[in-house]
Write a new protein. Sequence first.
Length: 66
Amino acid sequence: MTITKEMTIGEILDFDRTTATYFMEMGMHCLGCPASRGESLEEACMVHGVSVDELLDKLNAHIANK
C-alpha cells in the first residue's frame, strides 16, 4: 500500500497503527478524536503547519521497511 495525501488519518492508522508516532511528532495528539481521524493527510498537515510531502515520505518509508 502507498499512503497518499488524500487518505484520511483514520485509513492510515487502521492500515498500520505504528504510523501514529509520525502524527504525534507533527503535534496531532488526539488521534482517537473522530474529527482528526476523518481529516485527510493533506488537511491535517495544513492545519499543523507540516509539509505533506515530507510526512508522506516518512510514512511511506516506514511502511516499505516493514
